[in-house]
Structure formats: C-alpha cells, structure tokens
Ligand binder design. Structure first.
Ligand SMILES: CSC[C@@H](O)[C@@H](O)C(=O)COP(=O)(O)O
Length: 351
C-alpha cells in the first residue's frame, strides 16, 4: 500500500476487499466479501469503521446484493431487503443512511427492468467513494488556511481523538487528513493522540497512520488530555463527526464532548471536519441523534482478560454529543462554518 494515497476499501468487480481494522497494527489482513450480509456483519463487527467509510462500504454492499440477484425474477425486493440489513448495522453515522439512499435511488430507477442495474450501482458506489476522497482533500486545504489565519505562522501542536484518517474514509481522511497535510507543510509540529477507549482507534489506527508518514506524535490516555492542554502548546483539537444536527451539535466518538469542554477552558480551538454527507438537517439538535450503545463486555475486558468483577452492569455508549457552542469551526468540502448556529448551518448546507 502506498503511504500517502490509499484506501482500506477496494472494489474488485465481483467482491469487496476490506482491510480488517480490528487486527491493525499487528497484522494487515484483507477480507474478501461477496454478499450484502457479509458487508453488514463487517460494519457491525468493526472490520470497517468511521462514518464515511461505513457509508462507502455499505454502497458496495448494495452492489454485491444486486450481483447475487442477477437472473432472479424478484430481484428488487431482495435487494431492498439487503439495504434494510445494511441500514441496521450501526445507528449513529448518518453517512450510512445517506449512501444507502443514493444507492436506493439508482435501484428504484430500474425497478421495472428484468434484472438489477449492476453497472449503474457500481458506478454510483465508485462515485460515492471518489467524491469522499476529493472532499477530504478540499477540507484539508480549507482547514489549513483557517488555522493559518487564526493561529499565525509559528508551528503548533494539535490533539485528535479516535481515527479519522484514510481508514475511516474513502482515503486521506477528514480531521486526520488535515493533520497530515498540516504536518507535511510544517504548520503542525506534533500530534497528541488520545487512545480512544474501548476500541483504541487512536492507539491502534491513528498512531499507525501517522507513524507510517513519520509525523511526530505521542499517545496518551484520554484522562491526560486536560493536563496536556494546560501546558499551552496545543492550539487545536481537531476531530471528525458521525452526525451533525441542524443546530450544529456534533455526534462523535465518546469522549469528544469532554475534550471540547477541556479545550474551551484552556483556550484550545475546536475544529470539526466532516463532509456534507455527515449533516442531518432532519434532526434539530444533538439530543435526538441515536447514540449507539455496544456490549458491556467491550469495557469489562482487556483483550481476553476480564478486568471487572462478575455480575456488574456496564454502560457503554460509543458516541457523545458536543454542543455547537463548544465548537469554533466546522469544515466541510464547501467551506468553513465559524461558530455554528442553526442559521449558518442551514445556509451552508442548503445553498
Ligand atoms: C472521519 S470519521 C469520523 C467519525 O466517524 C470518527 O471520529 C468516529 O467516531 C468513528 O467511530 P467508530 O466507532 O470507530 O466508527
């Protein structure tokens, strides 16, 4: 794999290859998927994760569903059932539903035909994938000029949470794409990477992506974040989003909200980088965004070793909501929203 431009999602004509993110960084193992059900399972089981990557993968899942229905008279109903299964894989990232909607439109246009529109579906999935890569590059350029304008010429440190890089998207990344671009031009001199419990996306994935590009980083536990910010050389907290409500509240990996509070206290600016496909204007505020809860076992075990006593309950929400008031800028492929509010979000997304 090339170090600078690569994707963990590869369409191979009749199958989909995914780099198994559960096994990184220890092993680079590619899984070959041949059905929509395989794809839904891969999303649920975190083989692939990150909001844009989930949407792209699901789009290819619809293609696999259609390929498997070739020659079947009742193909339409079966592919619609596949779409429903894909939609049920994870609830928070709106990019999943957005991508499935695009695929369903292509499917519906061919509803009365004798066989599923495989070529048109492949074309749409590829477009979703390519657009995401291009959007990420645009976000990087916009974010760098914003940071230069707001933070001056001297190199600075940033903090990031979870993984928002090439692994989490179609390629390059949202927040991590910006960080990589900022490091390569000398604007960013150091990256503080939160480990991101319980799946350790920061420790396993973000550290892996940054170290492959020789970008200076240090890994820290989430609870060290406020201390690190208090030292004064972190200028920006840069994160991604799984869903942004109409009022600018942002659902992102659990812990983002706590980090944004600490950032505001310490004068660290908060940047959210997300494509327009991460906005959900049907949801008025963050409180209505569905937040995924995963099995308690994810926090009661370290690897295969149980660390919590038997017979206790665990609460394991994997996303939280950062209120718009704690966010300084949201960067999309279309531009920069400073101090997000209902009005400027509406103008930005709709116009
Ligand atoms: C560009 S990815 C943005 C978000 O999807 C990312 O920050 C995140 O929270 C991912 O969560 P995950 O549970 O790993 O899918």
């Amino acid at each position: 794999m090339s170090k600078t431009s690569w994707s963990a999602i590869c369409w191979r004509n009749v199958s989909l290859s995914l780099l198994d993110q559960r096994r990184l960084p220890a092993e680079e193992v590619w899984l070959e998927l041949t059905s929509a059900q395989d794809v839904a399972d891969a999303i649920r089981d975190m083989v692939v994760r990150g909001a844009p990557a989930i949407g792209i993968t699901a789009a290819y899942g619809v293609v696999l569903g259609a390929i498997n229905q070739k020659g079947q008279q009742k193909w339409y109903g079966m592919v619609v059932r596949d779409i429903e299964q894909l939609a049920a894989s994870r609830p928070t990232a709106v990019n999943l539903f957005w991508a499935l909607e695009r695929m369903k439109t292509v499917l519906d246009n061919a509803r009365d035909e004798a066989s599923p529109p495989v070529a048109a579906l492949i074309e749409e999935a590829r477009l979703i994938h390519e657009e995401d890569c291009a959007n990420n590059q645009r976000m990087s350029a916009l974010a760098l000029s914003t940071m230069q304008h707001m933070s001056g010429e001297d190199p600075f440190s940033v903090m990031t949470h979870c993984n928002t890089g090439a692994l989490a998207t179609g390629g390059h990344g949202t927040a991590l794409g910006i960080i990589k671009a900022g490091a390569s031009c000398g604007m960013i001199e150091h990256v503080h990477v939160n480990e991101t419990r319980p799946w350790m996306q920061g420790a396993r994935l973000t550290s892996w992506e940054l170290s492959r590009e020789n970008i200076p980083l240090s890994l820290n536990v989430e609870s060290a974040a406020a201390l690190i910010m208090s030292k004064g050389n972190v200028k920006w907290l840069i994160v991604g989003a799984d869903r942004i409500a109409a009022n600018g509240d942002v659902a992102n990996k659990i812990g983002t909200y706590t980090l944004a509070i600490a950032a505001r206290y310490h004068g660290v600016k908060v940047m959210v980088a997300a494509p327009l496909s991460s906005f959900d204007l049907t949801i008025q505020s963050g409180g209505d965004i569905p937040v995924e809860e995963r099995a308690g076992e994810e926090i009661m075990y370290q690897g295969n070793t149980r660390i919590a006593p038997e017979n206790i309950n665990a609460f394991n929400p994997v996303f939280d909501i950062t209120p718009a008031a704690l966010i300084d800028v949201i960067v999309t492929e279309k531009g920069v929203i400073a101090q997000p509010t209902q009005d400027n979000i509406k103008n930005h997304v709709r116009v």
